[in-house]
Design a protein around this ligand. Structure first.
Ligand code: DGL
Length: 263
């Protein structure tokens, strides 16, 4: 790690747990000179099942506490479940640029050849008005299958921690994405939860037929680079903080491992 300098832009990357590391990896590959804090709200993971009010209040509190110590130049909400709900409240409360992560329905709808796409997300994300509006605005004429998975984010965390996760358990979660209709098949699956790219190899191997899995992380990284006014030289530092007591060093170890993989 390089030294922390006043010139380095500071970027806070936030998720309910480990999923945002897939976004962090892409941002850091593009902007290695920034200083980063990766913030995981592990104490309240998973967000997929949280009631909207509890989710909004909790995210405002956690982000507010983090930026009191780490005055970020940009906050990245690397969580679809939070972004599809909390972005307006965050932007009303905080003045720095806030970059969200929302389901990549637009590129999938533009790229599909079969006219059948699926959005794989948490139950929270598939139920949001925001997601319905993305479909209405960008997927006219495309059949969109919304798949709300209760378990997949948790399975991704378990796999990342080295626990055994059975193929059958993953297949149960992703199976509904694969639709055959009038001789056509789903050809794009939007990974609309940042945890899912952690399982990409398994998803590809278990898919009943090959599809494009759309991971929004590179696009989010480009957006962060656009909104940051400053550039930095050399390599910045990163720290990790978990809202669950006693887990910071485990989080830092996982983050270090993910950052070492190609973005
Ligand atoms: N990583 C989060 C997302 O992108 C969700 C995981 C959770 O349920 O907390 O939606």
């Amino acid at each position: 790690m390089g030294p922390v300098t006043k010139e380095n832009p500071r970027i806070l990357v936030f998720d309910s747990g480990l999923g945002g590391l897939t976004v962090f990896r892409a941002i850091r590959a593009l902007l290695p000179g920034a200083d980063y804090l990766y913030l995981a709200d592990d104490a309240r993971f998973p967000y997929g099942a949280l009631a909207p009010d509890a989710l909004i209040d909790g995210v405002l509190d956690v982000i507010g506490a983090a930026i009191a110590d780490f005055p970020a130049d940009c906050v990245v909400i690397a969580c679809n479940t939070a972004s599809t709900l909390v972005l307006p409240a965050l932007r009303a409360r905080f003045t720095m640029p806030i970059v969200g992560t929302v389901p990549a329905i637009k590129p999938a709808a533009a790229a599909t050849k079969s006219g059948l796409i699926a959005v794989l997300a948490t139950p929270g994300t598939v139920s949001r008005d925001y997601t319905a509006e993305l479909i209405r605005d960008f997927a006219q004429g495309v059949a969109v299958t919304l798949v709300g998975s209760k378990a997949l984010a948790g399975l991704a965390e378990r796999a990342l921690r080295g626990e055994t996760v059975a193929d059958a358990d993953i297949l149960t979660e992703i199976g509904p994405c694969f639709v055959e209709q009038d001789g056509r098949r789903t050809d794009h699956v939007v990974l609309a939860c940042t945890h899912y790219p952690l399982l990409l190899d398994r998803l590809q191997a278990l898919a009943p037929w090959p599809v494009e899995w759309i991971d929004p992380a590179p696009a989010i990284a480009r957006r962060v680079a656009q909104v940051l006014a400053r550039e930095a030289r050399g390599e910045g530092m990163f720290a990790a903080h978990s809202t669950k007591a006693g887990t910071n060093s485990a989080l830092l170890a996982v983050a270090t491992r993910i950052l070492a993989l190609p973005a």
